[in-house]
Design a protein around this ligand. Structure first.
Ligand code: IMP
Length: 187
């Protein structure tokens, strides 16, 4: 897709930057609808409400769209972890900044991440949540980069992309640009 966005003065220090669209708002919405119905079907008969755990900050927009495309009983909770400072490359360590509030023992749990890059965060989350004796544990991500290395299969992936740094739809550059409706890479 060749559509470009030149950020205007409302985007402060990022203004003047050219962003190239990778995934349009329309494609994102359509794919999330598919994921939502797949998830609804998979959990329809499990007998207890699903608990969906969003990983802050990046997943907040994906999570809010995804849960509205799931049509079975569910609860939400959030965890916050950090693996990047303000840079565009991984710091190599993952820290938990906010844990979930809910007791997930014996619950069906779906973890919702924005993007999987190195896989460090996903591995951290899996190790942490596996200790909680859940009834089931699945992982969803809107985006997975091509050369991600995780030692397990993701259950739901929206899009696989080349190894580029992307922004928009919740994804940030130095905490900014999360409010763009489509997903872009910096040209
Ligand atoms: P990982 O631990 O290297 O897989 O990185 C996961 C986290 O890094 C994601 O949850 C994002 O918060 C952030 N991240 C990785 N790649 C990107 C990107 O291309 N744009 C914005 N954030 C990213």
């Amino acid at each position: 897709m060749s559509e470009k966005l030149v950020l205007n003065e409302n985007f402060g220090k990022h203004s003047g930057k050219t962003l190239k669209m990778l995934i349009s708002e329309k494609r994102i919405k359509a794919r999330i609808k598919e994921l939502g119905s797949q998830i609804s079907n998979n959990y329809r008969d499990v007998g207890s409400p699903l608990i969906v755990i969003g990983i802050l900050n990046g997943s907040f927009i994906f999570m809010s769209d995804l849960v509205r495309d799931i049509n079975i009983d569910l609860e939400v909770d959030f965890m916050r972890i950090a693996s990047y400072g303000n840079a565009t490359s991984s710091s190599g360590t993952v820290r938990m900044i906010k844990d979930i509030n809910a007791d997930i023992t014996n619950r069906h749990v779906l973890v919702v991440e924005d993007i999987v890059d190195t896989g460090l965060s996903m591995n951290f989350l899996k190790n942490r949540l596996e200790q909680a004796s859940t009834k089931s544990l699945e992982f969803a991500a809107l985006i997975m980069k091509e050369n991600t290395k995780i030692d397990f299969d993701m259950d739901y992936v929206g899009f696989e992309i080349p190894d580029k740094y992307v922004v928009g739809y919740g994804l940030d550059l130095a905490q900014k640009l999360r409010n763009l409706k489509s997903i872009y890479y910096l040209e």
